[in-house]
Write a new protein. Structure first.
Length: 278
């Protein structure tokens, strides 16, 4: 017997009571689609398989890149013949059990939504951010994964909404800067581009990886992966939010400081050119 919003029913659909919902026993990928093309698919697939291994979910032999690629295409093709948008691919552990699972096998859910932006857009609009200091991320391997355990990110989103902010910067238990609630963080000062290391507890982001890889095409800049203190944000020329859907979002204001987007525009143009070439 289940009480669902005051209505008594014999049982819920078993998929609604999956372990991803009950215990956060799930990992996911958020993927950008441009004109039916899955961007950075190899990177997403490899990260997903690595995450499954870390959280000890068995990987069936048929869970190949081609299998999931076909499943994703089959899903978004129901919405458009030339789909542009986002896909969330979620994998959760099957079965019941309490904290100790009865099964190590996975199931998956694919959800698609339309987005009119085909390429990444170099916006410089009102985008204000501040620190979220109510709770802290742990600087360990699990924090690098894209799991359903995102309550700190949710609370940071609530804080941002209550304080008329566009986003919040999350800190770890050492009070160092880690990431934004929906993406990695890059700080630009003069010719230095700096981002927190994975050891800080930041997400092992796909766009983070791409920007680091593409740094070789920008020899005028030096990349530094090192801890960032909140005080460094006050001296930054630019601060970026990076994720697979938006590419690079430029922060216009951190507290009372106004930032620019000069370098961001160059990187966004480069990212779009890479997409068009492939």
């Amino acid at each position: 017997m289940v009480n669902y919003n005051g209505k008594l029913i014999d049982k819920l659909d078993s998929d609604l009571l999956n372990r991803g919902f009950l215990y956060g026993d799930s990992v996911f990928e958020t993927i950008k689609i441009v004109n039916n093309r899955i961007l950075f698919w190899e990177d997403h697939y490899l990260r997903l398989m690595s995450s499954l291994r870390i959280i000890r979910i068995e990987i069936p032999v048929f869970y190949t890149p081609e299998f999931f690629e076909n499943q994703i295409i089959k899903t978004f093709s129901k919405l458009s013949n030339n789909f542009c948008g986002r896909v969330r691919l979620s994998l959760f552990r099957q079965g019941s059990g309490l904290y100790t699972p009865e099964s190590m096998n996975p199931s998956f859910i694919i959800h698609c939504s339309v987005n009119e932006n085909t390429l990444f857009v170099a916006k410089y609009e009102n985008y204000k951010v501040d620190l979220f200091k109510d709770y802290y991320l742990n600087d360990n391997l699990l924090s690098n994964l894209k799991t359903n355990n995102k309550i700190i990110n949710v609370l940071a989103g609530v804080y941002a909404k209550e304080n008329n902010l566009s986003n919040c910067i999350l800190l770890n238990n050492k009070k160092n800067v880690v990431e934004f609630l929906n993406g990695n963080l890059f700080l630009i000062k003069d010719t230095i581009i700096k981002t927190p290391p994975l050891s800080s507890g930041c997400l092992k982001g796909i766009m983070r990886k791409k920007i680091i890889t593409y740094m070789k095409f920008f020899p005028q800049f030096s990349l530094v992966e090192d801890d960032i203190s909140p005080f460094e944000l006050l001296s930054a020329d630019e601060i970026w939010v990076t994720n697979s859907i938006n590419g690079i979002i430029t922060v216009t204001n951190y507290r009372k400081k106004t930032l620019n987007n000069k370098t961001a525009k160059s990187f966004i143009d480069f990212l779009n050119n890479q997409i068009l070439k492939t």
